[in-house]
Design a protein around this ligand. Structure first.
Ligand code: NAG
Ligand code: NAG
Ligand code: NAG
Length: 296
């Protein structure tokens, strides 16, 4: 009798396991990249699919062609991009049960906006690989294929990152964070000041972010492209100067708990990973050992 019961529960259990599909993964690429470059996002998709057979990996394409996707990473209003992505994800039947999200570089902060604004379908783990959660105050070595775009970006940001013309037209201006001019940043930043609750606290943002299982932030310890690299762990320059940085837990955003990060930290939901190397440089073995556990 006991063994029959055991047998029945075994069959039920294994039936449940058979139906259990891997949690899907949504990827958002960085500046100057595209969804499907076989050497960047295409490669990541491939190695994830190899390790997690049957997983659905969606690498986001913003626009109808790869060129458009790349151009939009410089020129398409970030709030509009987030709305577009939210629509795409809500309509995708394969994501209905929830998904993990992994953003590379600026894709990290863009996916955090998706978490905060669009809780359906639910996001389980958010993995930010070199994302700049407190923004940037420089692109010492702007990545991407075309150096003329980098030169143009620097010129626009110098002209006035917080002027309406530049805010409207340049993605990087929308997460430009001038520590010498926090007031302007708070008032004029179209994207980052909003998701970081700098103007007022939207309790929905806080609730949605806190519903994550884990928020993993990867920082590149020898990053020469992001200024300051502390932003990759949600730290930033102490206000009114641009040399000394402070960690997340010393920022007002944290101590006032405007975004729920303090509570998440206390609940063990924040994971800080450091990897030796320059921006977005990591090995396949490092990825398997440190990131894969959050995708399963
Ligand atoms: C707070 O954020 C939610 C989600 O994006 C939005 O629907 C709502 O309008 C926001 N509330 C305010 C007061 O802006
Ligand atoms: C990278 O940065 C870490 C931490 O600052 C340091 O210990 C290490 O020596 C650096 N590695 C290289 C190759 O510069
Ligand atoms: C703040 O975070 C740092 C790591 O960034 C940690 O070493 C330190 O203990 C934390 N401080 C508090 C008060 O939790």
């Amino acid at each position: 009798m006991a063994s029959i019961r055991l047998f029945v529960s075994f069959v039920l259990l294994s039936g449940a396991f058979c139906r259990m599909e891997p949690v899907p993964l949504v990827i958002w690429h960085g500046m100057g990249d595209s969804c499907c470059n076989p050497e960047s996002m295409g490669y990541i998709k491939k190695i994830v699919e190899k390790k997690i057979p049957g997983i659905y990996v969606l690498s986001l394409k913003i626009g109808s062609t790869l060129i458009e996707d790349m151009e939009n990473s410089f020129f398409k209003n970030v709030n509009d991009q987030v709305t577009l992505v939210c629509d795409m994800l809500a309509k995708d039947p394969k994501l209905k049960g929830g998904y993990n999200a992994m953003g590379f570089s600026q894709g990290g902060q863009f996916l955090r906006a998706v978490v905060q604004r669009c809780p359906t379908p639910p996001i389980i783990n958010l993995i930010s690989v070199g994302g700049q959660h407190q923004g940037v105050y420089g692109f010492p070595r702007c990545p991407g294929e075309s150096s003329h775009i980098c030169d143009w970006i620097r010129k626009m940001l110098d002209l006035g990152a917080y002027t309406k013309e530049v805010q409207d037209r340049l993605v990087q201006a929308q997460y430009w964070h001038d520590p010498l001019n926090e007031e302007e940043y708070r008032k004029k930043s179209l994207f980052l000041a909003d998701i970081n609750q700098e103007r007022f606290v939207n309790t929905t943002y806080k609730k949605n972010l806190m519903s994550l299982n884990k928020f993993v932030m990867v920082k590149f310890l020898n990053d020469t492209m992001v200024d300051p690299p502390a932003s990759e762990w949600f730290g930033y320059y102490r206000s009114n100067q641009a040399t000394e940085t402070i960690p997340l837990n010393e920022t007002l955003l944290y101590t006032e708990d405007r975004l729920g990060l303090m509570e998440m930290d206390q609940a063990g939901k924040l994971v800080f990973l450091g990897v030796e190397g320059d921006h977005l440089h990591f090995s396949k073995d490092w990825f398997y050992k440190n990131i894969l556990p959050f995708l399963q």
